[in-house]
Design a protein around this ligand. Structure first.
Ligand SMILES: Cc1cc2nc3c(=O)[nH]c(=O)nc-3n(C[C@H](O)[C@H](O)[C@H](O)COP(=O)(O)O)c2cc1C
Length: 305
C-alpha cells in the first residue's frame, strides 16, 4: 500500500498513478511483459491505431541523433478490427487502464475508429493523434491547423462517451491557440507533446537517411520544448495534461508535474531501459515522501504559480 496518494484523473481517465507509456514506443504493452509489470502502470497507452491496416513508411525509419532519435514509422499497425479482436483482450488481462491512440487519413476516419472502440469496455480513453498528414488537406498535418483540431475533437466526441484526450503537435507557432481549439471541440484532456519535425543526412551517400526524408525527433533533445509547452498550456487552458517529451528518469517526470502536467508519459527512454516506467513510478513516490507531501496533486503546477 502506497504511503502517498499517486492517483490522478485526466478528464475522466482514472489512473492509479500518473505514469503511462508514450504511444508507439511500448507496442501494445504485451511486448514488454518480460521487463515491466503492466498491472503497475497508471495506464497503458498503445500504438497508434487506424481504421485500415497500414504498412508504414519506406525504410529506413529510424536515425540516431545526439540526444534522441528520429522516426518515420508512418503509423504501421494492423488496423482497429484486428487490434480489438486479437490484442485488446490480452492487454486487458493486466487490469491497468487502457488508452487507445487513434489516427486517420482524414477526419471521418477518426470518427469511425472512435465508434468501433466505443463498443469496447476494455478501452478507458481515446488519445487522438493529430500529427498525421491529412489527405484532404494536401498532406499537411491536421495538428498544425486549430480549426481542423477543433473539428477532429468534435467528430471523435460525437462518436464516443469515453474521455477524449487530444495529443497535440509541437510543430506550431502558438501551442495555446491549438490547445484552446481542442477544448472548444470538446476535448477532456490534452497530451503534450508529439515529436518535433526533423531530418538527418548521410554524408557518405549524400542523401537523407530516412526513407521518408523527414521524421519525428524525440528523446532528451525535446524535453525543454515539451516542458515549455506544458507550462504555457497549463497556465492558459483549463484541461488536464499528460506531459511527455524526453522523460528518461523520475526527476524529469517531476519537472513535468511541477510545470503543470497531471500525468506523464514515457517514450524513447523505453528503448534504452525497458524498465524505466517502474523506476519513474517509484521515484515520484519517494520524491513526494522525501519532500513531505502526501498527495501527488500537491506538486502539480507548483512551478507555474
Ligand atoms: C518509434 C516511435 C513511434 C511513435 N508512434 C506514435 C504513434 O503511433 N502515435 C502517437 O501519437 N505518437 C507516436 N510517437 C510519439 C511518442 O508517443 C511521443 O509523443 C514522442 O516520442 C515524445 O516523447 P519521448 O521523447 O518520451 O519519446 C512515436 C514515437 C516514436 C519514437
Amino acid at each position: 500500500m502506497s504511503k502517498v496518494n499517486l492517483g490522478v484523473n485526466v478528464g475522466g481517465l482514472q489512473m492509479p498513478n500518473p505514469v503511462t507509456t508514450a504511444s508507439g514506443t511500448f507496442g501494445s504493452g504485451l511486448e514488454m511483459t518480460e521487463y515491466v509489470d503492466l498491472s503497475r502502470l497508471g495506464a497503458i497507452t498503445v500504438k497508434g491505431t487506424t481504421l485500415e491496416p497500414r504498412p508504414g513508411n519506406l525504410q529506413p525509419r529510424c536515425a540516431e541523433t545526439p540526444a534522441g532519435m528520429l522516426n518515420s514509422i508512418g503509423l504501421e499497425n494492423p488496423g482497429v478490427e484486428v487490434f480489438v479482436k486479437e490484442t485488446l483482450p490480452k492487454v486487458a488481462e493486466y487490469g491497468s487502464p487502457i488508452v487507445v491512440n487513434i489516427a486517420g487519413k482524414d477526419i471521418e476516419d477518426y470518427g469511425k475508429v472512435a465508434a468501433i472502440l466505443e463498443k469496447e469496455d476494455a478501452v478507458h480513453a481515446l488519445e487522438v493523434n493529430v500529427s498525421c498528414p491529412n489527405v484532404k488537406n494536401g498532406g499537411m498535418a491536421l495538428g498544425t491547423n486549430p480549426d481542423l483540431v477543433k473539428e477532429t475533437a468534435e467528430v471523435v466526441k460525437a462518436n464516443t462517451t469515453k474521455p477524449v484526450i487530444m495529443k497535440l503537435s509541437p510543430n506550431v507557432t502558438d501551442i495555446v491557440e491549438v490547445a484552446n481549439a481542442a477544448k472548444a471541440g470538446g476535448a477532456d484532456g490534452l497530451t503534450l507533446i508529439n515529436c518535433l519535425l526533423g531530418m538527418a543526412v548521410d554524408i557518405r551517400t549524400k542523401k537523407p537517411i530516412l526513407g521518408n526524408v523527414v521524421g519525428g525527433l524525440s528523446g532528451p533533445a525535446i524535453k525543454p520544448v515539451a516542458l515549455r509547452m506544458v507550462y504555457q498550456v497549463h497556465k492558459a487552458v483549463d484541461l488536464p495534461i499528460i506531459g511527455l517529451g524526453g522523460i528518461t528518469c523520475w526527476q524529469d517526470a517531476v519537472e513535468f508535474l511541477l510545470a503543470g502536467a497531471t500525468a506523464v508519459s514515457i517514450g524513447t527512454a523505453n528503448f534504452i531501459d525497458p524498465t524505466v516506467t517502474m523506476k519513474v513510478i517509484d521515484g515520484i513516490e519517494q520524491y513526494l515522501i522525501d519532500n513531505g507531501y502526501n498527495d501527488v496533486h500537491d506538486i502539480i503546477g507548483l512551478a507555474a504559480k
